[in-house]
Design a protein around this ligand. Structure first.
Ligand code: SAM
Ligand code: SF4
Length: 350
């Protein structure tokens, strides 16, 4: 069992509403926090990182105690869903100590869901413990079932290890959703195969459009495959039934009649989903990004470290939320070959 850190559980007020709730200038309630616990990773996916990445000095990272304090401040402000991500969250040393301490907010009812997005490489090791700490669902990123293509995409990954990790997660009773980035000429012929495989094992599948974040050696134009194309190809083969299912994230779901499983589409490029955005993200150094697709950010590490009390931190979070923008405007075309933002996805997490 991981050692514990963190303070007491946070209680909701008696009316069941939170007077300190975070509401942005466009009347969107911020209830979902994604936390990148490390910018490091054991893979180097071609759409996420360049082969030779420079990572943050370890000394710049928030400690696990500080990450707990930061997350707890957001939970006190009405965040009810928390996703640990990265980089690869399960390669952060002591990560289970953080999961264990955050799980007290599940026990108190303040947090409805504690989850993570992982590349799956460490799931054989951690699945049972994650489940025992109250994690119910996880997202595993997997873009192909072909070992050579997997190696081509992840550069360093081992497909067998990831598949064994997914088996371990399912065996531990975790619900698994597979996330696949649609990549032109790389896995575009495999999407139907991924649907059949995931649905055959009781897992939802979500396909994602590649976003122009960070310099990744390859041209984004060569990688980008609009999901409108993926969808029209799937429609030739399957009946896609519109359903209302939502997970609190940006995916729009259909049911595939032939498999009975759910298929999600995340379309930041072809369909702007910002109107209903309920999310903010913090990096492993305590920088808060109010939008994945904009550069504006707030430093929470300074107020966090300035005093033992959380007053300054709460004030900094409130101020930042007043700056949450209406949305992003990613473009990938011949005139926009440079990344829209210099920041890699591994800094803010998916
Ligand atoms: N390492 C973990 C993983 O791969 O699941 C968590 C972090 S990763 C940055 C989170 C998600 O972002 C993954 O599903 C990954 O496929 C996706 N991703 C990374 N770079 C992306 C990009 N440029 N466009 C779209 N999705 C991206
Ligand atoms: Fe690592 Fe995830 Fe980025 Fe791949 S997508 S390099 S697994 S952080």
């Amino acid at each position: 069992m991981a050692p514990t850190i963190g303070g007491p559980s946070l209680e909701l007020d008696r009316a069941g509403t939170n007077p300190r709730a975070l509401i942005d200038p466009f009347a969107r309630a911020i209830t979902y926090l994604r936390v990148s616990v490390t910018d490091r990773c054991d893979f180097r996916c071609v759409y996420c990182m360049s082969e030779h990445m420079t990572f943050l000095p370890k000394a710049d990272l928030l400690s696990l105690e500080e990450l707990d304090r930061l997350c707890s401040a957001f939970i006190a402000k009405g965040v009810s869903k928390l996703r640990l991500t990265g980089g690869e969250p399960l390669v952060r040393r002591g990560i289970m100590t953080l999961v264990s301490s955050l799980s007290r907010h599940l026990a108190s009812g303040a947090l409805k869901e504690l989850t993570l997005t992982t590349n799956g490489s460490q799931l054989e090791k951690y699945s049972t413990e994650l489940k025992s700490l109250g994690v119910e669902r996880i997202n595993v990123s997997l873009d192909t079932l072909n070992p050579d293509t997997f190696r081509e995409i992840t550069r360093w990954g081992d497909l067998d290890k990831v598949l064994a990790g997914i088996d371990a997660a399912l065996a531990a009773g975790l619900k698994v959703k597979i996330n696949a980035v649609a990549l032109k000429d790389v896995n575009e012929d495999e999407i139907a195969g991924l649907v059949e495989w995931a649905h055959g094992r009781g897992m939802d599948l979500t396909v994602i459009e590649v976003m122009p974040l960070g310099d990744v050696d390859e041209s984004r134009l060569d990688q980008y495959l609009p999901l409108s194309i993926v969808r029209s190809r799937l429609v030739e083969r399957y009946t896609l039934e519109e359903i209302d299912y939502r997970t609190g994230g940006p995916a729009r779901y259909v049911r595939v009649k032939e498999t009975g499983g759910r298929l999600g589409f995340i379309t930041p490029m072809t369909h702007n989903f910002c109107e209903t955005c309920n999310r903010v993200r913090i990096t492993c150094t305590g920088t808060l990004y109010m939008c994945l697709g904009q550069n504006d950010a707030a430093d929470l590490r300074t107020p966090l470290r300035a005093s033992e009390g959380d007053q300054l931190l709460h004030a900094a979070i409130d101020e930042a939320i007043t700056r949450k923008p209406k949305g992003h405007d990613f473009i990938i075309d011949r005139r926009h070959r440079q990344p829209a933002l210099a920041r890699h996805m591994s800094v803010t997490g998916g």
